[in-house]
Write a protein that binds this ligand. Structure first.
Ligand code: FEO
Ligand code: CA
Ligand code: CA
Length: 738
């Protein structure tokens, strides 16, 4: 692959045609907009209702009424709770005045006939139970008669990702009685359970007073597993690169894998990102040689993390000749793509769309949104007559940020369509993908990834012959245009107060001072941090970047870094650049969700660097806007006596008034997934993989489990730790965070 120079002339592609980044018109529009916003936000005592009424609420009319009522009571200028201290307890610790209830955990039955979960490794029928590793989730309200409702607050569906499973070596050790088999071949009975604990679920929940429950027998309950039939949709549908024995015409596949972040479309469906899917596939050591130099997929397989000889995460391909196991061997071992699963991996890595209200409709892989390690999908507030715009990140070190712009223009009638997935076809199957390029001066450009871009179409390193190729091999197209390598893009969110887009960059151990991944304006930190005796280097704690545009579909943007995550006692001139204190210091921001009811920004961590001092956490924030801080120059001395200087753009300093820790989770967990009732009075979050540090050899010896949550909180049988959804309410019934 050609060596990429971040700021080469290639980087300026399409300046004449679409770049308005330096144009006075863009700046003028933005300046006008910002000053109008300052008028609205800045005046002391500006009521939340004014802000929401004037600037508009992202998303649907759904939350407008209740959101307005709720926000009227919210003091926007400070957070209304006391900060929670850092904690190493094996418990969920929440701010005073709030209560936490466990609602829905790994293994919970989803049909009337499914036996209760014994939690001892003997349970079966996981396709009728909650899956593992609860991750992103979204709320879909139901009225009293069971019809979709955008204002319901006491009955609804939660649609959820089940990203992965806690494992050591090959086995998902907590779901097998003796910890399972850590050598090849894997037994079919174990693999069948593991296939079924991945995917998605839909579960009905309701509240009676302050008490929330899930409904085991609800007809809405649904599981999508690694084996459920799915439809390929968008530009890659029918591509020769998606041909398999299961789908010789490249239009179908099975399952969704490693679903991480989520989103909710303006037309009321659930979308989910397939993240680290490539690790599930095996490639034998001779596969490159067998495919030969003419097969461009050798380049793609290497770029997507599957070198020849790559072992799979669980060894599912080893369980026998049956098609449900053989499909995980991505080697070209047969006579053609119709005779082996050489293309199976190409059917993963997409955003999938599901109608949470209709379990009879197949999930669709929306290939137009590109193929990479997807996290969440953040839809800008749709504007009638304008394209639908969605922002996405590729969560791997030095990968990119993306934006999708639909060809179809938004029609207000589509907010409540008769056929939600047909509406998804309309907006998500025809459109254009862009990748972000950040410039040192605080501006940036979205670069088009399509055959219209001559740098993609004439790329010497990988032959793109169609937009189907761009959809399937997106990373290679983004490489060609020299997009900016980011510090692991995770969740995104749109600030409902001003439409600005936020994205967490969780950390990057491969960030260096110089070289291809050298520090730059948008990823400016390289430092060392000690965890006990272990030294970590790079951007250990991550940051959150934000982007302002006059209109979401614009190719030009302005940016700054909203927040640098840090330990409170780190060097304030180089590491703790946002002035974090013990009330709000954090590491590895990952989940990020703006409340539609209150406008608060909720930040969740998935950390391994600060876990000597605290378990992962949830914080609440009242962010400002792009440009509310200052320039900052970081200086890195080199061994030869020279120095590298990086000038970055940093948001205003933090204080506990505007950023505060709200909750800390149990041992070895990640805090993720957040949704709420439209009145902001019940918040659901996920506790993922508590106790994941437990050794396989210790299965059956509960005293050695690193966590026993949620059993130790009184939920469910057994002592094995379980991923679970919790619901948080205020004891006085008030709005969360106020
Ligand atoms: Fe599944 Fe990027 O976290
Ligand atoms: Ca440390
Ligand atoms: Ca994540």
């Amino acid at each position: 692959m050609k060596k990429r120079i971040p700021h080469s002339p290639d980087f300026q592609f399409n300046n004449e045609e679409s770049n308005t980044s330096a144009s006075p018109s863009f700046d003028a529009v933005l300046a006008t907009r910002l000053s109008r916003r300052r008028l609205m936000l800045g005046a002391a005592g500006a009521a939340a209702t004014t802000v929401f009424g004037g600037a508009g609420l992202v998303g649907c009319a759904s939350t407008g009424t209740t959101g307005g009522v709720a926000s009227a009571a919210l003091p926007l200028r400070s957070l209304g709770f006391s900060a929670v201290a850092k904690s190493l307890a094996d418990a969920v610790v929440v701010a005073p005045g709030y209560q936490v209830q466990v609602l829905y955990a790994l293994g919970d039955p989803l049909t009337a006939a499914t036996p209760a979960f014994k939690n001892d490794g003997t349970d079966t029928h996981f396709d009728q139970r909650a899956g593992d590793h609860h991750d992103g989730m979204e709320w879909f309200g139901l009225d009293a008669s069971g019809q979709p409702s955008s204002s319901a607050v006491s009955r609804g569906l939660i649609a959820m990702n089940h990203e992965a499973t806690t494992d050591e070596k090959l086995s998902s050790h907590f779901i097998h009685a003796n910890g399972g088999t850590a050598t090849l071949p894997r037994p079919p009975t174990e693999v069948d359970k593991e296939l079924a604990i991945h995917g998605l679920s839909v579960v009905e929940v309701q509240s009676v007073g302050a008490q929330w429950n899930y409904l085991q027998a609800s007809p809405f309950n649904r599981r999508v597993t690694a084996e459920t039939e799915v439809l390929i949709s968008g530009p890659a549908k029918g591509s020769a690169h998606l041909v398999t024995p299961y789908s010789p015409d490249g239009t179908h596949s099975r399952g969704t894998l490693n679903n991480c972040g989520t989103g909710k479309t303006p037309w009321g469906t659930f979308v989910s990102g397939e993240e680290n899917w490539y690790g599930y596939f095996f490639r034998d050591a001779k596969d490159d040689a067998r495919r030969g130099k003419k097969d461009k997929q050798v380049t793609a397989l290497n770029r997507y993390g599957r070198k020849a000889g790559a072992a799979s995460r669980h060894g599912w391909e080893s369980a026998g000749p049956d098609d449900r196991f053989a499909r995980w061997n991505n080697s070209a071992v047969g006579a053609s793509a119709k005779m082996d699963y050489r293309n199976e991996m190409n059917t993963f890595g997409y955003v999938v769309e599901m109608d949470a209200y209709d379990r009879t409709q197949a999930v669709r892989k929306r290939t137009g949104l590109g193929r990479f390690a997807h996290e969440s999908v953040s839809f800008a507030k749709p504007v009638v007559g304008q394209p639908v715009v969605a922002y996405m990140g590729d969560d791997a070190r030095n990968e990119y940020m993306y934006k999708y712009v639909s060809a179809a223009k938004w029609d207000a009638a589509d907010a409540n369509p008769a056929d939600r997935l047909a509406t998804g076809d309309k907006y998500l199957d025809k459109g254009t993908l862009f990748v972000a390029s950040f410039k040192d001066d605080g501006t940036g450009q979205w670069i088009e990834l399509s055959m219209n871009n001559p740098i993609v179409a004439a790329n010497p390193d990988f032959e793109f012959t169609s937009d189907a190729d761009v959809a399937i091999f997106t990373r290679l197209a983004a490489d060609a245009v020299s997009a900016t390598k980011m510090d692991r893009p995770e969740w995104g969110g749109i600030n409902p107060r001003n439409g600005e887009f936020y994205m967490t960059l969780t950390n990057n151990s491969n960030r260096t001072v110089d070289g291809d991944a050298g520090v730059d304006a948008a990823n400016p930190r390289y430092y060392k941090d000690m965890k006990g005796a272990k030294e970590n280097k790079g951007n250990v704690h991550g940051h959150i970047i934000r982007v302002a545009q006059a209109h979401p579909a614009d190719t030009a943007f302005k940016w700054d870094i909203y927040l640098f995550a840090s330990e409170a006692d780190a060097d304030k001139s180089r590491v703790n650049l946002s002035s974090l204190t013990d009330d709000n210091d954090m590491s590895a921001p990952d989940g990020l969700v703006f409340s539609q009811a209150t406008g608060l920004c909720w930040i969740q961590t998935d950390d391994g660097a600060y876990t000597d001092k605290t378990n992962c956490m949830l914080l609440a924030a009242i962010p400002g806007q792009v440009g509310d801080g200052s320039k900052k120059t970081l200086t890195y001395p080199r061994a030869d006596g020279s120095e590298k200087r990086v000038e970055t753009h940093i948001g205003k300093p933090q204080s506990p008034d505007i950023l505060k820790r709200f909750l800390v989770g149990p041992v070895d967990c990640e805090i993720t997934g957040l949704c709420e009732t439209p009145d902001g009075r019940a918040m659901f979050i996920n506790i993922q993989h508590p106790g994941e540090g437990t050794k396989m050899a210790d299965i059956g010896n509960p005293a050695k489990y690193t966590s026993q949550w949620p059993a130790n909180a009184g939920y469910g049988a057994g002592q094995r730790p379980r991923s679970a959804t919790i619901v948080i309410t205020k004891k006085d019934g008030g709005v969360i965070g106020s």
